[in-house]
Design a protein around this ligand. Structure first.
Ligand code: C2O
Ligand code: CU
Length: 463
């Protein structure tokens, strides 16, 4: 008599049980996200590989996807040699899950774990990255895309996530070059890479068909680089900024500016002829345009070009702040090289610029260098805020507010699209407005991560 044979079904079920038992104490449904060293080929073939710090072994980390309104659960496992934490950039999140070590959680020590568990209320393009020693950890590779899917996906042939980044590498060894806390870089424009790439590759190529419609989700994960981009052989529309849908798609006519941490969702139609190379090009320092993502065209997806894409469905809670009732605040941004910053508060003491430099600090937000026990502003939940960002430095800064999106206020008082990160240029004050509707402690900082680490970090309290 033949005994029962193990079926493939049993075998797989057995595997699943084994996997679930793998790590004790793991929350139900929580897949681990492991921060760990890995060796990846960032530089072109023929050059040495790079030892990075990664999520699950790749740079960028795996694209995490969740349905709008769903719960996302991930257990962070720290297999790095130093403490870490994960920030879910742009998610209007429960404050306890925001991942800012020293403000919303304790850093996770080497060998430790943390259960991230939160709802993703808004559809769109977001990302996750380390928020502990982030100037170094993000530069070493600890970042990945986070996509929150619309209940009804827009009609496109393909949906492509493009995470733009740069790496500063020693071409001989493949190792990260320079010290991450380099004072020269921190006090100027920041750490710029000598190798620029997309999705961890310097030469990303996406074959496309003529007249195909693609959704491109651009994410800038670089520490300091502002990408200036153009479409080549593509007709495009911007449909969302920093995750939030625009009321109507806007045709792309000129340059697309993508500051650190910003996202742009584009709908593009391939207009280049078969055999041509379409794609994304970027402006280099010498003002030439260089290929960033190649899209070789072969075959045709349809016979003719399509019409203007439909707008994405609005996210919940896109209410306009009431500017008349808004509390008025100003945040002066000062410091850096060639700045004339005289003095600012650091660790509860008023220090002169020289003393600050000795402490490795170069920048101040509202007279404060780095985090203090007292927030920049204490807001009541639901309060409308009008905040002027006055850039008195000679550098550009990518100012990011955690936990809430804001709108820019134009000179005529009209409100711009919702964003979570805004590029601030010298001597061009920006007025932003938001409703402080998410309780908790929220960072407001420059996303040029060397700037943030050397003074440009402050916070607000909403209670
Ligand atoms: Cu992308 Cu403070 O974060
Ligand atoms: Cu900055």
């Amino acid at each position: 008599m033949r005994g029962p044979r193990i079926t493939r079904r049993d075998f797989c079920a057995g595997l699943a049980v084994g996997a679930a038992l793998g790590r004790p104490g793991m929350a139900a449904g929580s897949a681990p996200l492991t921060a760990r060293p890995a060796v990846v080929q960032l530089a072109p073939e023929g050059y040495a590989a790079t030892e990075v710090w990664s999520y699950d072994g790749t740079v960028p980390g795996t694209t995490l996807r969740a349905k709008q309104g769903a719960r996302l659960t991930r257990q962070l496992v720290n297999d790095l040699p130093e403490p870490t934490s994960v920030h879910w950039h742009g998610i209007r999140i429960d404050n306890a899950m925001d991942g800012v070590s020293g403000l919303t959680q304790d850093p996770v020590p080497p060998g430790g774990t943390f259960e991230y568990d939160f709802v993703v209320p808004d559809a769109g393009t977001y990302w996750y990255h380390s928020h502990t020693n982030s100037m170094e950890q993000v530069a070493r590779g600890l970042a990945g895309p986070l996509i929150v899917e619309e209940p009804d996906a827009p009609d496109v042939d393909r949906d492509e996530v493009l995470m733009l980044d740069d790496w500063l590498l020693d071409p001989d060894t493949g190792a990260f070059a320079g010290d991450f806390g380099n004072p020269m870089m921190q006090s100027h424009a920041g750490r710029m890479g000598n190798l620029i790439g997309t999705n961890g590759r310097y030469d990303l190529s996406l074959p496309v068909q003529r007249h195909a419609r693609l959704r491109l989700r651009l994410i800038n994960a670089a520490n300091a680089r502002i990408f200036v981009l153009r479409l080549d052989g593509l007709e495009g529309w911007t449909v969302a900024l920093d995750g939030m849908p625009l009321p109507a798609p806007e045709p792309v006519t000129g340059d697309l500016i993508l500051a650190p941490a910003q996202r742009i969702d584009l709908m593009v139609d391939v207009t280049a002829a078969e055999g041509a190379i379409a794609g994304l090009v970027r402006q280099a320092n010498d003002d030439t345009w260089q290929a960033l993502v190649d899209m070789p065209v072969s075959g045709a997806a349809s016979l003719a070009r399509r019409g203007v894409p439909a707008p994405l469905a609005p996210n919940p809670n896109m209410a306009l702040p009431d500017l008349k009732a808004a509390r008025q605040l100003e945040m002066v941004m000062e410091g850096g090289a060639m700045s004339g910053l005289r003095n600012a508060r650091f660790n509860g003491r008023e220090l002169g610029f020289r003393e600050l430099v000795q402490e490795g600090q170069f920048w101040a937000l509202a007279g404060q260098v780095g985090m203090d026990d007292t927030p920049f502003a204490s807001l009541s939940r639901g309060e409308a805020v009008r905040l002027r960002l006055s850039n008195r430095t000679v550098f550009a800064h990518a100012m990011h507010l955690h936990g809430m999106h804001f709108r820019t206020i134009a000179a005529d008082g009209s409100l711009g699209p919702m964003r979570d990160t805004i590029l601030s240029l010298p001597d061009e004050p920006i007025d932003i407005a938001f409703v402080a509707d998410n309780p908790g402690k929220w960072l407001l900082h420059c996303h040029m991560l060397g700037h943030a680490a050397s003074g440009m970090t402050n916070w607000i309290d909403v209670s």
